[in-house]
Design a protein around this ligand. Structure first.
Ligand SMILES: NC(=O)c1ccc[n+]([C@@H]2O[C@H](COP(=O)([O-])OP(=O)(O)OC[C@H]3O[C@@H](n4cnc5c(N)ncnc54)[C@H](O)[C@@H]3O)[C@@H](O)[C@H]2O)c1
Length: 321
């Protein structure tokens, strides 16, 4: 089985939410060198403050759509493993669909091509998203659930997955695709394009009413970010995962209304909640099936939602007030 010992590792989107936690997980391993690249479109260098304490860690401000720049970094740093986590987020794809789609696919195209043409074996662990499934046609949603993306973001993720898979089939690149459901935890962007949890916490901390779009009965499957980061490293370390797409989820549905009311409770907010019209592309129901991850990795989501949300709210209270 592949080990991390002595490996030179690259994380794209390393200054982002999941990417920065992945850097922290990787630095608990005996890697030789860890290079995080990010163009800081949404990521923050401060997300890497812990990683920067480690001598093996290097940050590069680099645009992953820049093929030559990326290839030069990979060659110069003698990279053995790439975790591809850079992305333009869902919300941006509603404003700028063509640009977002092109950026996300271009990044995956560049990385796949660099891996294919490299002089040495480079393993690619590519990050997908449960958004590729659209609303659940059945639950729990396994990896064979039809791909019915609702948004240009989701379409770009599905296209990226198919591209990586096609390189696996035609060129035999060493790859696995990790497909996380909704992540939450410290360091998720709370500014523009924020997800529901950081946005709600920030609104309450800033003295605004929390907002529920639609009736709030729409569900998501939430997984704590550290679980995603740790199990992604586990996917690299198990070569039975190669050529596979693997869901990472809690296997539980939580209605958005419950999430928002839970945050209100954590923050002792007793004021009103504002209901707004449904947003375009919002999926109605999500619940991941993790049977494959259990079989391959003995997967288990270690952090329970009730504990994870407490830690998350506390982090924003400490860092955003
Ligand atoms: N957050 C979730 O709930 C969730 C769920 C499932 C899958 N994912 C996937 O996880 C991965 C990471 O998402 P995230 O939530 O951490 O997002 P994020 O926005 O926090 O991180 C993405 C990072 O990519 C960087 N980036 C964007 N364009 C770039 C470019 N051209 N060059 C270099 N860097 C660039 C951004 O600056 C950002 O730091 C993505 O593949 C996403 O699709 C996220």
């Amino acid at each position: 089985m592949p080990e991390m010992e002595g490996k030179n590792v690259l994380v794209t989107g390393g200054a982002g939410f999941i990417g920065s936690h992945l850097c922290d997980s990787l630095l608990t391993e005996p890697v030789s060198k860890l290079v995080a690249v990010d163009n800081l479109f949404l990521g923050k260098e401060s997300n890497l403050n812990d990683a920067k304490q480690d001598d093996r860690f290097i940050f590069r401000n680099l645009d992953v759509t820049n093929y030559e720049g990326l290839r030069d970094t990979i060659v110069l740093c003698d990279i053995d493993v790439i975790f591809h986590f850079a992305v333009i987020p869902l919300e941006a794809s509603l404003e700028k669909p063509r640009w977002s789609f092109e950026q996300n696919v271009k990044m995956t195209e560049n990385i796949s091509e660099i891996v294919r043409t490299a002089d040495k074996k480079i393993t690619l662990i590519a990050c997908s998203s449960s958004e590729v499934y659209g609303s659940a046609l059945y639950t729990p949603m396994d990896e064979n659930h039809p791909l019915l993306p609702h948004t240009p973001y989701a379409a770009s993720k599905a296209a990226s997955d198919l591209l990586v898979y096609s390189y696996y089939k035609t060129s035999g690149i060493d790859t696995a695709i990790v497909r996380p459901f909704n992540n939450y935890g410290p360091r998720q962007n709370e500014g523009s394009y924020a997800g529901v949890i950081p946005k709600t916490i920030k609104r309450i901390l800033d003295g605004h009413k929390p907002v529920i779009y639609d009736d709030g009965k729409q569900t998501r499957d939430f997984i704590y970010v550290k679980d995603t980061a740790d199990w992604t490293v586990g996917i690299y370390k198990n070569d039975n995962t190669r050529g596979e797409i693997i869901n990472l989820a809690s296997g539980k549905q939580i209605p958005i209304e419950v999430v928002i009311k839970g945050i209100c409770k954590e923050l002792n907010y007793n004021g009103e909640i504002e209901y707004r019209e449904k947003r375009p592309g919002d999926v109605r129901k999500h619940e991941g099936c993790v049977r494959k991850a259990v079989k391959l990795l003995n997967f288990n989501a270690n952090v329970d939602y009730s504990e994870g949300i407490k830690q998350t709210v506390q982090w924003y209270v400490n860092n955003c007030t």
